[in-house]
Design a protein around this ligand. Structure first.
Ligand SMILES: Cc1ncc(COP(=O)(O)O)c(C=O)c1O
Length: 353
């Protein structure tokens, strides 16, 4: 605390990211990174970019990257916005599209950055409870609002929502923007990108951090009507002209173009997820359905915090949320390699049986 702070800073409640431990030996299943590493073509493209051109500023709007994203989804570059990780894209979304007179709506259990952005930009919000199986019920969102945002699949639960339900929401809620945060969509959830041509109030955000295994590069993007994108560009150009550096642009373009590597990496993660789900269900865990690269599970005989602490003692870190209380019994476990998965299963078997 300092008298030099702008007054609102003392009331900010910042987001707390998952731990990035210093001990290399830990099995790290706590921040939903992809265990398989980025496309070798992305690494080569970044190596090639390590040259004297770094003295120049990058393209302010990442036009080549926008084109690569547009090509991937068969949309126009004017429907694409790129930013420094989807967290930055989301920050601009909150400021550019979700700050109106009515409160915005998001689930009571969801990505914990959303209330943080609301605090930063002074946006009123209401949370809508998930049902008892942690599902989003779109009917609960049919009420006046300044915008709607949720991840699909939801985080930290991993529970997917059907595209038909998202379309029902878009048809009913036409006077405010609906943002679908698809950070984990490539691990088996239906994307809403196919709906952006039809619904000018739909914005879909994505990241290269998960399915494309480039969390360290910080690249994310949004797809939607050019008018929504223009609003985002106005905010971005009032904040940072160059959010995507030259190396990040080169790596991200190559990653978007390497469809084969991306698909095979997602497939491996999903296969490992299914193996893990079966193995821990046999131990008595209740596992929520997951369309993500993580699962959310609880054991009837264990307290969530205790089990997380025990796993850590055995060199495995997963994520445990103390709040909201309803999710305190659960562990969020990122899907690792098959070897990491086996290590986790063995440790859990020893602890639980
Ligand atoms: C639901 C959700 N959205 C967005 C992000 C942000 O991802 P990034 O800033 O790495 O693109 C995360 C990160 O964990 C997330 O869980």
């Amino acid at each position: 605390m300092s008298k030099f702070w702008s007054p609102f800073v003392k009331d900010l409640v910042p987001y707390v990211p998952g731990e990035q431990p210093k001990l290399a030996k830990l099995v790290k299943l706590n921040t939903n990174e992809n265990p398989y590493g980025p496309s070798p073509k992305a690494l080569a493209a970044m190596q090639a970019e390590l040259n004297d051109n770094l003295r120049l500023y990058p393209d302010p709007n990442g036009e080549r990257l926008k084109q690569a994203v547009a090509d991937y989804y068969a949309v126009q570059p004017a429907q694409v916005f790129v930013g420094n990780g989807s967290d930055e894209v989301l920050a601009h979304v909150f400021q550019a599209l979700l700050k109106h007179s009515k409160p915005i709506l998001f689930p009571d259990i969801t990505y914990s950055f959303y209330p943080v952005y609301c605090g930063l930009y002074d946006i009123a919000y209401e949370t809508i409870p998930l049902n008892e199986r942690f599902e989003i019920q779109v009917d609960d969102y049919f009420r006046p609002n300044g915008g709607i945002i949720f991840p699909n699949p939801n985080a930290p639960t991993g529970v997917p929502l059907k595209l038909t339900e998202i379309e029902r929401l878009l048809k009913t809620n036409t006077s405010s923007v609906v943002v679908i945060d698809e950070a984990y969509v490539d691990f088996g959830t239906e994307s809403a990108i196919s709906l952006i041509q039809k619904y000018p109030h739909l914005l879909v955000t994505h990241t290269l951090s998960k399915a494309r295994s480039l969390a360290g590069l910080r690249v994310g993007y949004a797809l939607g009507h050019p008018d929504l994108i223009e609003g985002l560009l106005r905010v971005k150009d009032s904040f940072n002209s160059y959010p995507i550096d030259s190396l990040a642009a080169a790596g991200a373009i190559a990653a978007m173009q390497d469809r084969e590597y991306f698909e095979s990496s997602c497939k491996k993660v999903m296969a490992t997820r299914e193996h893990l789900v079966v193995a821990i269900q046999k131990m008595g865990f209740d596992v929520l359905p997951s369309g993500a690269n993580f699962i959310f599970a609880k054991h009837p005989a264990w307290d969530g915090a205790d089990l997380a602490a025990q796993l850590r003692e055995h060199g495995i870190i997963i994520r445990h949320f103390k709040r909201p209380e309803r999710i305190a019994p659960y562990l969020r476990i990122t899907i690792g390699t098959d070897a990491q998965n086996q290590q986790l299963i063995t440790v859990l078997q020893n602890l639980i049986t």
